[in-house]
Design a protein around this ligand. Structure first.
Ligand code: TXA
Ligand code: MG
Length: 322
């Protein structure tokens, strides 16, 4: 049975108790819902991989409630600290060398010498970490390879009965996952565009190597080309629709009488990111129900949050065979 908790303090405390006892709890962050477990408990972390059907070579992000705690576990470089002060709590994940010996389960970090760390920016996430007194390992709370969840209902649709509990804190306000920046290499490397735009990082970091397009080698093992995949095929940068296609619009829509969802009528990229996963899920389920053949996506500018949106859509449209 999966328990559904509210975001009240007593409920968060009960959820924290489940975490300290080695269970797995889904909770809302500002980006997407995460599936959390005590990062120092290998048995608990294994439950995350099992619930998601996630390959064990794909490491997890470890979530903390305060900056000093983070740097007890990973190397505090000058740049890491500067970025932490500016962007945490918030949708930025930093990959840094671990201090050794490290109490975090090697299963959480897939035996890598580095660790991905972040401080999430919601009351529920921060209280959950605080009450459980543990760093919390948490991937997005969806079955591996499927569309990420931005509401508690999305989590239930994918993982009901496979996890111990869900804390419902309403829809996530950023809507795409955190930006992942690897600081363990000589030049900061963007492994995944996300909720903090690259344009906000460069004034602090200087030049950033971008290593995210789906054609390049996989540094973040989770960046497999097919990911965020709806069941229906997805076609990108569409100016025209093929017969029997649903439309995922951005900005003023092209004329269309069939199944349709608009990420942002005004062309606002923050609003589009917030709506992205719910729109994809809606078009996919409703499209399958009424016999639509695919989802056509209008062009979206690759600036600001548009880079993260386009990355997720490219993966949704990628060949499904690997
Ligand atoms: O917004 C987010 O980041 C959400 C919320 C729940 O915090 N989490 C999330 O986790 O998106 P997940 O597991 O879906 O994506 C984490 C990514 C994976 O692609 C993984 O390969 C990468 O982070 N990653 C984790 N540790 C890494 C490491 N040491 N080096 C390189 N990549 C790493
Ligand atoms: Mg994920």
């Amino acid at each position: 049975m999966t328990i559904l908790f509210s975001n009240s303090i007593p409920d968060i405390q009960k959820a924290a108790q489940i975490i300290t006892q080695g269970g797995v709890v889904a909770f809302g962050t500002e980006t997407v819902y995460g599936l959390g477990a005590d990062a120092t408990n290998t048995t608990a972390v294994l439950k995350i991989y099992q619930a998601k059907g996630r390959p064990n070579f794909n490491p997890l992000i470890v979530h903390f409630a305060d900056i000093d705690h983070v740097f007890q576990f990973v190397k505090k470089t000058e740049l890491a600290y500067e970025l932490a002060i500016k962007f945490w709590p918030g949708p930025l994940t930093l990959v840094l060398p671990q201090h050794q010996p490290c109490p975090i389960s090697p299963v959480a970090t897939a035996n890598l010498p580095t660790m991905a760390v972040r401080i999430p920016n919601t009351f529920v996430a921060q209280r959950l970490i605080h009450y459980s007194k543990k760093p919390i390992a948490a991937p997005s709370a969806n079955p591996s390879g499927k569309i990420s969840p931005s509401t508690a209902q999305h989590v239930i649709e994918g993982l009901d009965k496979k996890i111990d509990a869900i804390i419902d804190s309403g829809p996530c306000h950023v809507g795409v996952e955190s930006t992942i920046l690897d600081l363990s290499q000589p030049i900061p490397t963007l492994l995944r565009p996300g909720g903090i735009p690259v344009e906000a990082l460069t004034p602090i970091c200087g030049p950033i190597t971008i290593d995210t397009p789906i054609e390049t080698k996989i540094i973040a093992p989770g960046q497999l080309s097919s990911h965020y995949a709806p069941s229906l095929p997805v076609r990108l940068n569409c100016q025209h629709l093929l017969p029997n296609e649903a439309l995922l619009a951005f900005g003023p829509p092209i004329s269309h009488h069939g199944l349709y969802c608009n990420l942002s009528v005004s062309g606002n990229l923050e609003e589009a990111a917030q709506n992205l996963f719910a729109c994809l899920r809606f078009l996919d389920s409703e499209g399958q129900r009424i016999g639509v053949k695919g989802i056509a996506v209008m062009p979206i500018p690759q600036i600001g949050l548009g880079l993260a949106i386009c990355d997720r859509l490219q993966r949704a449209a990628a060949p499904r065979s690997i």
